[in-house]
Design a binder for this molecule. Structure first.
Ligand code: HEM
Length: 194
């Protein structure tokens, strides 16, 4: 996840950066010294083992795992920030609740949780490779030969694409009905009068 190639004391926590697997380094990253040591051992000075201590054939695809991890935590932090803004709006800045920028922020946030979720899944599934059972069995040895499996993949893809289209159509129709029944442009829409 951290693309940590060499064993180091005061190992840094790495934010962003471009992974160079060939040269075994990470460029343009922001490094916060000692934080990875602290996360791994509870001690900012303790060395953290690097990937180089392990045979290369046991490495996962380092770059994909690192980027997916970065995407997940960046989106997690953005979502925390948006939640914090909402709390501020509830306590101190009630007028934000009607402001376009504030409402747009929540629309913008809708896909972020899903993207973070998929990125988290990539972190664990790609990051665990080449093992299906760590240290005991490799994924390639566990695959059951299934001739024609690609067709069931196509069928499932077609089913999910059709279901997505139906959901989008139904939601769109529902929203149009709400729009016809109520004046959603009224600034007091949805607020109960005392
Ligand atoms: C806020 C910062 C976040 C941090 C520091 C973080 C950290 C982690 C770590 C360390 C893992 C790997 C766990 C393992 O090795 O088994 C992980 C996995 C995962 N994360 Fe995050 N995460 C964050 C935000 C999020 C968010 C916002 C979502 C989704 C909304 C998310 C969804 C997932 C998922 C689905 C997995 C895979 C779980 C599995 O397959 O076992 N994470 N996360």
């Amino acid at each position: 996840m951290e693309a940590h190639f060499n064993t180091e004391a005061r190992a840094p926590f790495i934010l962003g950066g471009i992974v160079n697997e060939e040269k075994q380094k990470i460029d343009y990253a922001i490094k916060i010294p000692g934080v990875l040591s602290f996360l791994a051992h509870g001690d900012m000075d303790k060395p953290v083992k690097g990937l180089n201590e392990f045979p290369k054939e046991n490495w996962p695809p380092v770059a994909i795992t690192h980027y997916a991890f970065q995407i997940m935590i960046t989106l997690g932090m953005i979502l925390c920030g948006i939640s914090l803004l909402y709390l501020i709006a509830m306590w101190k800045k009630k007028h934000w609740m009607q402001a376009n920028w504030f409402l747009r922020l929540f629309v913008f946030a809708i896909p972020l949780g899903y993207i973070a979720l998929e990125a988290g899944w990539v972190v664990t599934e790609v990051g665990r490779q080449p093992w299906i059972i760590y240290g005991i069995m490799r994924t390639k040895d566990a695959v059951t030969p299934m001739p024609g499996i690609v067709y069931s993949f196509y069928i499932f893809t077609a089913v999910f694409v059709s279901l997505s289209a139906i959901v989008i159509f139904l939601l769109h129709r529902q929203l149009k009905m709400v729009g016809r029944l109520y004046d959603v442009t009224d600034p007091n829409f949805g607020i109960k009068s005392k």
